[in-house]
Design a protein around this ligand. Structure first.
Ligand code: COA
Length: 265
């Protein structure tokens, strides 16, 4: 289903050429993600993935204060064990959808990215942050634990020691520290954040599309494989890319000293 045929209450979608900008829009709750909002994000990401006219996704939050201030605490408060495990699986599924997208997904983190908000940002392939961004997994301060993938993705990104410090203390980190520890790719002024994220993916989309897709798949799949299997996977995709006209065009264009004309075939 195309995104234009879906009706949303808590998110907004904007198409900037071939880039979809998905904005979580509950500013009165600092864009906290309740179940309904998570469901809307999932529907929009599925529709984006299926839309051949769309090449990349930017995820951001409405307003100048918050990206996503976490799972909706009011909704979590009454949950018992079964329902808590279920909402964890649901939230993990949304982060998995972002990470599993065959097209690049960038988080443009424009303020608080706490708990589930930090975890959705971690599900994205890349992260840009504004100068006022604040990251954290403060769940243990509430007597719960990160449940939308944070305990698994944060250590893979910043290493076990740093991840454990943040997860066990609940300490929040500002944009400059987030950049220093590799939690974000770079920090930009708030008023340029989404434009910079769009520029980043537009530059990616000028490259050979089948090669971009294959390289993305190698990195994402490879991170959950032992090194030897990841290397085998890479060689397999390297071979598959060699079957494309785009590879021969890209290499020939270099030799001819002209720009390549990729045709996605
Ligand atoms: N779930 C539900 N509501 C939330 C929320 C969340 N994760 N984060 C913020 N809100 C709501 C507040 O309850 C408040 O609603 P109200 O006006 O109806 O009372 C509104 O958003 C504004 O938040 P407020 O706390 O007044 O803003 P602040 O600038 O004083 O503080 C934060 C900002 C982000 C530091 C603070 O809102 C906070 O700590 N939020 C929770 C973060 C968190 O622990 N996330 C992990 C959840 S598992």
């Amino acid at each position: 289903m195309s995104t234009s045929t879906l009706a949303f209450k808590n998110i907004q979608l904007e198409r900037r050429g071939s880039v979809t900008v998905l904005t979580v829009n509950r500013p009165e709750k600092l864009n906290a993600i309740d179940r309904a909002t998570l469901g809307e994000i999932a529907d929009a990401v599925r529709a984006f993935t299926a839309d051949p006219a769309q090449g990349a996704l930017v995820l951001t939050g409405a307003g100048p204060k918050a990206f996503i201030a976490g799972a909706d605490i009011a909704e979590l408060q009454p949950l018992g064990p079964g329902a808590a495990e279920e909402i964890s699986r649901f939230g993990q599924g949304v982060a998995d959808l972002l990470e599993g997208s065959p097209k690049p997904v960038v988080a443009a983190v424009n303020g608080f990215a706490l708990g589930g908000g930090c975890e959705l940002a971690l599900g994205c392939h890349m992260r840009l942050a504004s100068e006022n961004a604040v990251f954290g997994l403060p769940e243990v301060t509430l007597g719960i634990i990160p449940g939308y993938g944070g305990t698994q993705r944060l250590p893979r990104l910043v290493g076990q020691g740093r991840a454990l410090e943040l997860i066990l203390s609940g300490r929040k980190v500002k944009a400059d520290e987030a950049e220093r520890i590799g939690l974000v790719n770079r920090v930009v002024p708030l008023d340029q954040l989404v434009d910079e994220a769009v520029k980043l993916v537009e530059a990616i989309l000028r490259n050979g599309p089948l090669a971009v897709e294959a390289a993305l798949e190698c990195v994402v799949r490879g991170l959950s494989l032992p090194l030897d299997q990841g290397l085998r996977f890479e060689s397999g995709r390297f071979g598959m890319v060699a079957a494309t006209a785009d590879m021969h065009e890209g290499l020939q264009a270099f030799l001819d000293k002209r720009p390549a004309k990729f045709e996605r075939r």
